[in-house]
Design a protein around this ligand. Structure first.
Ligand code: SAM
Ligand code: SF4
Length: 353
């Protein structure tokens, strides 16, 4: 997982260029411009909705993509029209060379993207006090930070680590380094943090951040997700509307969050109602796991192996063709409501949320 043995990006281009200009389109006409890359499946927290207390068996080291491999895949994806790359995990900042990865992704260019892809990060913030400024210097501009509660005892229960103060320090460090916008993500859970929705919006609004609530999805390692435990998007809006004047922001395009202006602005709040109000019809996302498997959907039950062609000498065109094949199998929707729905084998932490 280190960045040695790296050839210059340009030198890695094979004679057979992936057909630049032809976008990554699936059978339903959706064009894919957003690539989520999991930098590692490891994590410093154990959020109940994501990982069991004892963690999960980590992906074996030799299967993890080296940095030169990861950058090569990102470059091929950018050649195929990807415009935005989000780094996630596990906890992406546990990857020792995360700052270098950001710098090298920021430097990617394609004829259609002369300024390079937009790079963003989803993190639990624990390493941001040390890394926020180096990340900004490397070209990062935006960050999403997970914070489900403002109460120390609850944070300890939810994440199984007593690290609320460190998360808050990480958020402050992101702000001080100039990362903007800062979005704060909370999974809304019945009987756990649903009484903090208003406090979380106030916390974010006062600091100029956007609070975003996420419906809990069936992606936990223990496969114990229950619809009843999920606080739904409409319930979240009902609770917030009792306290704030909420005005819809309008068309959201392919963005997962539906957004509202809070009390006339400038603050906004977002709700990601993936379960009750799926936005699959406008989905433009593909996901690369830390061990080099391409997934067309968070809930996909199949993956396309890119690590093997990366390591067997395949050229860029062959890898681009594998990326296209992955999208051929993309289903029109996640199907959580279908009685035959099966949770994917990988938990969220190993997919990359
Ligand atoms: N460790 C980083 C973090 O927590 O921000 C990045 C990875 S985490 C898997 C990415 C996002 O997925 C977080 O905002 C987290 O709250 C969310 N998440 C994890 N499990 C989830 C679940 N079962 N349902 C909904 N969101 C989930
Ligand atoms: Fe770690 Fe993020 Fe999963 Fe929490 S949600 S256990 S911080 S990967």
């Amino acid at each position: 997982m280190t960045g040695d043995e790296v050839a210059p990006e340009q030198a890695q281009r094979s004679a057979a260029q992936p057909s630049a200009g032809r976008p990554l389109v699936d059978r339903h006409g959706r064009i894919h411009r957003d690539l989520r890359i999991s930098l590692t499946d490891r994590c410093s927290l154990r959020c109940t909705y994501c990982m069991p207390a004892e963690g999960v068996p980590w992906l074996p080291g030799p299967t993890l993509l080296r940095t030169d491999e990861l950058i090569r895949l990102a470059r091929i994806a950018v050649d195929l029209g990807v415009e935005e790359i989000r780094l996630t995990g596990g906890e992406p900042l546990l990857r020792p060379d995360a700052v270098d990865v950001v710098a090298r992704l920021t430097a990617l260019r394609s004829p259609a993207l002369p300024h390079g892809p937009e790079i963003s990060l989803t993190t639990n913030a624990l390493r941001l006090p040390a890394l926020a400024q180096p990340l900004v210097d490397a070209g990062l501009t935006r960050v999403n930070i997970s914070l489900d509660t403002l109460r120390r005892d609850r944070f300890r229960e939810l994440t199984r680590r007593d690290r609320l103060a460190d998360t808050l320090a990480g958020i402050a460090a992101a702000d001080a380094a100039g990362l903007a916008p800062i979005k704060i993500n909370a999974v809304a859970m019945r009987g756990v943090n649903e009484d903090e929705l208003v406090d979380l919006v106030r916390f974010a609004s006062r600091r100029g951040y956007e609070m975003r609530f996420i419906e809990q999805m069936p992606l936990d390692a223990g496969h114990v997700w229950s619809r009843k435990a999920m606080v739904t998007g409409p319930e979240i809006i009902e609770t917030l509307s009792a306290v704030f004047a909420l005005q819809p922001v309008g068309a959201r395009g392919s963005a997962p969050a539906e957004r509202w202006i809070v009390d006339g602005g400038p603050s906004t709040v977002g709700v990601i109602a993936s379960v009750t109000q799926p936005f699959c019809g406008a989905c433009d996302r593909i996901r690369l796991t830390a061990d080099g498997q391409l997934r067309s959907c968070l809930f996909a039950r199949t993956e396309t192996d890119l690590r093997t062609p990366l390591r067997d000498g395949s050229d860029d065109a062959a890898i681009a063709a594998a990326m296209r094949r992955c999208l051929e199998g993309k289903l029109p929707g996640h199907g959580i409501d279908d009685p035959r729905f099966l949770q994917p084998d990988r938990p969220m932490s190993a997919i990359g949320g």
